[in-house]
Design a protein around this ligand. Structure first.
Ligand code: UDP
Length: 265
């Protein structure tokens, strides 16, 4: 593990070359940034929780036939994924008004939107990830029209599925960000879901109290971010003990091995 090649270091993850061609290892850090990296900090244990939450969500999405880059979780902070060419567009899905749409359109936070909105932002830190139109995406060929059709229909499907998944644990999915990639096979590519889905890139509000269980706790200095991330994982059934996610997961793995549901390496 120590001599593997680092491919890229982002704000919340490091990417390493994977064990086979076409694979990558995503390492989840505890680092947190906000406001285009003007605010920096750490959320203790975030990487461990996000690795686990994202594994769970991507696995469920794979099961319903949404193609994703996820292959398997390797350990507490790492997962093996398919190497893709990232489409340079952040796809934001909104169900309820919060964050930038409130400032931009003068909406009150918490107002349900008349219907789900999809927004596109160009992945460009120097420009502060500006919102872009589908015409601009086509004009500059950031994604093709068939790719955009796949992206938007997958985004709606993912939203419907995740709204239900979170509603079942008394969480409102307010909005979230997705990234997609091109999986190349010779001269052809297809679009699959990439990156991660975790409280870093979602707004998750307790359905009853309205309490924020996501990165807004860090962005807005509300405190309690570790607990909020853990609470999401706990409600998803990913932590059922008191000894931290790693230990619980290792115990679950051990139990699975005893039952024969986990293959011996
Ligand atoms: N988001 C993200 N990365 C970004 C921008 C937004 O993960 O670079 C997520 C954010 O967590 C929220 C949703 O996308 O769940 C919508 O974010 P918004 O446009 O309101 O921007 P923000 O107010 O978070 O800067």
């Amino acid at each position: 593990m120590s001599r593997r090649r680092q491919i890229y270091e982002g704000k919340a993850k490091i990417l390493y070359e994977g064990p086979e061609p076409g694979t990558i290892i995503q390492y989840f850090k505890d680092d947190a940034t906000a406001f285009n990296a003007q605010k920096k900090g750490t959320i203790n244990g975030k990487g461990v929780i996000n690795n686990r939450i994202s594994e769970y969500v991507f696995t469920r999405l794979n099961h319903i036939g949404v193609p994703t880059h996820f292959i398997r979780r390797l350990n507490m902070r790492e997962q093996l994924v398919r190497q893709v060419e990232i489409v340079p567009i952040e796809v934001v899905v909104r169900n309820v008004a919060a964050g930038s749409i409130c400032t931009r359109l003068g909406l009150e936070e918490g107002e349900p939107l008349p219907h789900t909105l999809i927004e596109y932002c160009l992945k460009d830190d120097a420009l502060g990830d500006p919102k872009v139109s589908e015409e601009e995406i086509a004009c500059f060929n950031w994604a093709g029209s068939e790719e955009m059709a796949d992206i938007s229909s997958m985004a709606i499907r993912i939203n419907d599925f995740l709204c239900g998944l979170f509603a079942a644990i008394d969480i409102r999915l307010v909005d979230f960000k997705l990234e997609f990639g091109r999986l190349w096979d010779g001269d052809f590519s297809r679009i699959i879901l990439a990156d991660e889905i975790s409280p870093d890139g979602c707004r998750l509000w307790d359905m009853t109290t309205g309490e924020k269980l996501d990165k807004d706790r860090f962005r807005r200095d509300l405190g309690g971010e570790e607990e909020a991330y853990r609470e999401v994982a706990r409600r998803l059934g990913l932590l059922d003990g008191e000894n931290g996610p790693g230990e619980v997961l290792d115990m679950a793995h051990h139990r699975g091995r005893l039952r024969g549901t986990v293959k011996k390496k």
